[in-house]
Design a protein around this ligand. Sequence first.
Ligand code: G3P
Ligand code: CA
Length: 328
Amino acid sequence: MTLARRGFLKLFGSSIGIIAAETLSSAHAQRKANSKVSPIARKILVAHRGASAYAPEHTLESYSLAIKQGADFVEQDLQITKDGVLVCLHDLTLERTTNVKEVFPTRFREEKDASNSVIRRWDVSDFTLHEIKQLDAGSWFDPKFKGARVPTFQEAIDLVRGKAGLYPETKAPEVYGGRGFDMERLVLDALKKNRLDKPSHAARHTPVIIQSFSPESLRKLSATLKTKVPLVLLVGEENRARWLTKEGLMEAKQFSIGVAPAKALLNKDLVMQAHALGLSVTPYTFRSRNTGRFKTVREEMSYYLYGLGVDALFTDNPDLFPRAPTND
Ligand code: G3P
Ligand code: CA
């Protein structure tokens, strides 16, 4: 483990006891003159679905590579199997990133899409963990990853703990609620079982932040389930008007330590407004295959981190994360 890495883990476990909230909320940390948090807040690298530019998203291969490439946190999007197990997968369905159509060709549901065409979907919650473990989650990305599996959240914890932080997202919790599952309780139970649900010795070395597009999910985690795990609200185009205003940010502050907007929604004023309220800002998603007006993703990330002053970001390319300002 490098010195910088140890420093990061120590920072997250500093004796003030507030693990990620203080580190991520740089403006807040800087205002606290007596804080033991470094006034030079470290920018935080969240590996989006692992090192997903180089390995199939949400596989242990992708998570391992993200850690090797220096990720501070590794992200897990969470879904729930038919037998109630949390697994790491972005989509509600299996067909984009596994060979489910070949292995279980008849096990689809049919639905109508927006244009009234019938589509077939293989929902995660229609398959047991045993069945999902039979699927190849690597070949779709590159034949060399043939045999990679969909990991459980527990397998992700086992791999990442002590080496980086965990950044689980409650995906479509309302859909799972309608199918009789309680995603928030499952996540907190898993964290508790691993002693990662509060600032304890174990948690010091494995900070956890829970993210969601669903404010209801975060309110439930905060107000009903009374978790001490820091929460971050994801904001997309569809809900920007609700949250990316002074009033919206003040409301978000009631249940979260920060906001994570789509990068296109951000500007410097917004970052400053959030910081003034003590909220961290963590835009998504930075990837080498889509850099907009920037020549490279490294340059793009540098602009957001050191130009706009965001605290952290999600990237598919952890190896290109600039630890200092750069123009390359
Ligand atoms: O969670 C940050 C980012 O991952 C949100 O978008 O669709 O990739 O989960 P998505
Ligand atoms: Ca996500």
